[in-house]
Design a protein around this ligand. Structure first.
Ligand code: HEM
Length: 434
């Protein structure tokens, strides 16, 4: 945004429009979003890729857009840009076999696939997984607790979700470090056309195809076997659909959870009084504040800054703006979740906030399928960190921290912390406080 024409939504000429997509914006996009919400709530802009898209920043418009069937997830509806065609922000998805995933399709295909996967990925399966998440969490903390310092992204937030999702899917333990490497390559380089990313996606695709084949012959009690078994009116997932599903679960569930743990811990460290109250309530065996707190951390500085791409299938009006058929629309969840018309004191972190219908997990038919798993991982990670590293503190000035510059996800590159070295053997009593 460079020019500043008079704003159609206000009787006064606004101050100059803020610049979007700079490093400063990545570090703190909230003032720019406040400006957009007020002056250009539905705003057409050029993205760093050169593609033009509409940004939707008010809560009411955002919720409406997320539930509007005229906004399709199918990239074939994108008017003309070869840059954005087929991109939802998921690395490697342009590989045709991995494209048939939930975030790229509309009903009725979406309804069928979502129903099938929901049969395998049940809240019960997630609940049964709680002891394993606790064990992984403790093992990772054991890895650095004697050092007195760590990079919480590299040493903790990054490996926890990748090992968790591998376990859930049924990737054997001996192969999980390969997954960690492939995922690391993708998170570091995003969806760009770099050779390393393409190679990683190819390896992962090949590995998943082989694993699905093996599970078909020899099923277990894991999610991939459940996906293969799941049937709807006699219909099953094809091997390609099962591979695409495993891939989207990995990618929708991986970087998001890294950022929930990273952004969430960072927010707690920047709000010592809130963190102390949470710590005290956990020490007293009360998990109510943890429950509302996780939702507040998602609202306050959530992992998904913008929902994935949507495309108008016909001309429509949103927030007073005319959107043409084929135009891409990006719903800015991070802006909607700080809308003062919906949230009291939206820029204040209040772990006890009750009226908190945030959009951090989306809304409508694409509402996050993995929310129960994300909540389990977020709760376990934060509660265990606070209990085992009670004096956890930032080891770098906030101004020196670097944020990843991607469009869809919001998260830190590193989170250096320090603490009194602790004891490896001191394990958590599984979820007793949760
Ligand atoms: C804190 C962590 C997470 C956050 C903030 C989050 C957020 C979201 C959001 C905003 C959407 C909707 C995107 C859109 O409408 O454009 C979504 C969809 C989805 N999420 Fe999550 N997610 C998280 C963790 C997970 C996990 C752990 C999994 C699975 C292992 C997962 C699987 C999915 C899937 C499969 C979809 C697509 C659902 C559909 O299209 O029907 N997510 N998530």
């Amino acid at each position: 945004m460079t020019d500043t024409p008079a704003c159609p939504h206000s009787s006064t000429t606004p101050e100059p429009a803020p610049e979007l997509f700079t490093w400063e914006f990545a570090a703190d996009p909230y003032p720019a979003y406040a400006w957009l919400r007020e002056h250009r709530p539905v705003h057409r802009t050029a993205l760093p890729s050169g593609v033009e898209a509409w940004l939707v920043t008010r809560y009411g418009d955002a919720k409406q857009a997320l539930a509007d069937a005229r906004l399709s997830k199918n990239p074939a509806h994108h008017a003309e840009s070869p840059h954005a065609k087929g991109k939802t922000g998921i690395p490697g998805e342009r590989k045709a076999e991995l494209m048939t995933h939930l975030l790229n399709i509309d009903p009725p295909d979406h309804t069928r696939l979502r129903r099938l996967v929901s049969k395998a990925f049940t809240p019960r399966r997630v609940a049964e997984f709680a002891p394993r998440v606790q064990e992984l969490t403790d093992r990772l903390i054991d890895g650095f607790i004697e050092e007195g310092k760590a990079d919480l992204i590299h040493d903790f937030a990054f490996p926890l979700p990748i090992y968790a999702i591998c376990d859930l899917l049924g990737v054997p333990r001996e192969d999980q470090d390969d997954f960690r490497d492939w995922a690391g390559m993708m998170i570091r380089h995003g969806g760009g056309p770099r050779g390393g990313v393409a190679r990683s996606v190819k390896k992962m695709r090949g590995y998943l195809a082989e694993l699905i084949h093996r599970k078909r012959e020899n099923p277990g009690d894991d999610l991939i076997s459940g996906l293969i078994r799941a049937s709807d009116h006699g219909e099953h997932l094809t091997e390609n659909e099962a591979a695409a599903m495993a891939f989207i679960l990995l990618f929708a569930g991986f970087e998001t959870t890294v950022n929930l743990i990273g952004n969430g811990t960072y927010a707690l460290l920047r709000h010592p009084e809130q963190r102390a109250t949470l710590q005290a309530s956990l020490d007293a065996g009360d998990s109510a504040l943890l429950t509302t707190g996780i939702e507040e951390l998602l609202r306050f500085d959530g992992p998904v800054e913008m929902a994935t791409w949507r495309y108008a299938t016909e001309p429509l009006t949103l927030g007073g703006e005319e959107i043409a058929a084929g135009d891409p629309v990006l719903v800015v969840l991070a802006a909607a979740d700080r809308d003062p018309d919906r949230f009291t004191d939206p820029d204040t972190l209040d772990l006890a906030r009750r009226d908190n219908q945030h959009l951090g997990y989306g809304h409508g038919i694409h509402y996050c399928l993995g929310a129960p798993l994300a909540r389990l991982e977020g709760r376990t990670a934060l509660a265990t960190l606070l209990r085992r590293l009670p004096d956890l503190r930032l080891a770098e000035e906030p101004a020196d921290l670097r944020w990843r510059g991607g469009l869809i996800m919001r998260g830190l590159r590193t989170l250096p912390v320090a603490f009194e070295p602790g004891n490896r053997s001191e394990k958590s009593d599984t979820l007793s406080t949760l």
